[in-house]
Design a protein around this ligand. Structure first.
Ligand SMILES: [Fe+2]
Length: 227
C-alpha cells in the first residue's frame, strides 16, 4: 500500500492531503515566540469548549474569548492563518471550528472520524497521535472490546508505528466521509493526560460529514457501529 501519511515543512505542502492516496498530512513547525510566552500559565485556566461554524475572524475571536482578552487577541492571528489554509483545502465549504482547554482523556481509543477533512492544532500539551494505514489492523476498529489497552493493541499491533504531533504542529486528517476515502479514514486518538494531571489547548476545524446536509451542524457524526 502506498505511503498514506506525510510530514511536511511548509504550509503550502499541506495540500498533499488532497492527493487520493493521502489520509494524513502533518506540518511540523515551532510555535511562534509570542504564543509560547502568551500561553504560559494556561495550565491553570478553566476547562472549556466553544464550537461554531466559522465564516470570519469574528467567529474565531468568539471561539477564543474564554481564554481572556489578552490571550484571545494573541491567538486570533494564528487561528486565522490556519482557517484560511483549511478554507482553501476544503474548497470553501463551511467549517466548524472549536477551541478547547481540556484535562480529560478525550478519545483514547484509536478510531476514525466520520467527517470530511479535520485540522487539529494542539497549542499546549501533547498532540494528537496517528498511525499510517500500513500500521493499522483496520478490522479491529469495529470489534467489541472491554479493555482499552487490549483493543488499541489489536488496532495498532506495533506501538512503534504511533506518530505524535507536537505543540504547534498542524495536523490535517482525512475522515471516512471525505469523497473516495470510505474505509481509509485516518486512524488517530487523543493522548491520555488525566492521570498525570496534564492539560491540552486545542483548535480544530472540521468540514462536515457527507451524512449531514445541515451546513450549520456542529455535531460529529460517528458511525453507528463505532464504539
Ligand atoms: Fe477523532
Amino acid at each position: 500500500m502506498a505511503n498514506l501519511a506525510s510530514v511536511v515543512r511548509s504550509p503550502q505542502a499541506l495540500a498533499q492531503i488532497l492527493q487520493p492516496e493521502q489520509n494524513v498530512c502533518l506540518l511540523r513547525r515551532a510555535l511562534p515566540v509570542a504564543l509560547t510566552g502568551g500561553l504560559a500559565g494556561l495550565a491553570d485556566a478553566p476547562a472549556f469548549e466553544r464550537k461554531r461554524v466559522v465564516r470570519s475572524v469574528v467567529d474565531l475571536a468568539w471561539l477564543a474569548e474564554p481564554l481572556g482578552p489578552g490571550r484571545a487577541a494573541l491567538m486570533v492571528p494564528d487561528l486565522s492563518r490556519w482557517f484560511a489554509a483549511f478554507h482553501a483545502l476544503s474548497g470553501g465549504v463551511p467549517a466548524v471550528g472549536s477551541v478547547s482547554v481540556t484535562r480529560h482523556d478525550d478519545c483514547r481509543k484509536f478510531h476514525v472520524d466520520w467527517v470530511g477533512l479535520r485540522l487539529i492544532v494542539t497549542y499546549v500539551g501533547p498532540g494528537t497521535e496517528w498511525v499510517s494505514n500500513d500500521g493499522v489492523h483496520r478490522p479491529a476498529l469495529h470489534a467489541n472490546w472491554r479493555s482499552l489497552a487490549a483493543i488499541n493493541r489489536r488496532i495498532v499491533p506495533d506501538p512503534r508505528r504511533v506518530m505524535a504531533a507536537a505543540a504547534g504542529d498542524v495536523l490535517v486528517l482525512k475522515g471516512e466521509s471525505y469523497p473516495g476515502n470510505a474505509g481509509l479514514g485516518a486512524v488517530h486518538r487523543s493522548p491520555p493526560i488525566a492521570e498525570r494531571g496534564g492539560v491540552r489547548f486545542l483548535f480544530k476545524l472540521t468540514s462536515p460529514s457527507t451524512h449531514c446536509e445541515d451546513a450549520e451542524c456542529t455535531i460529529d457524526h460517528d458511525a453507528p457501529s463505532a464504539v
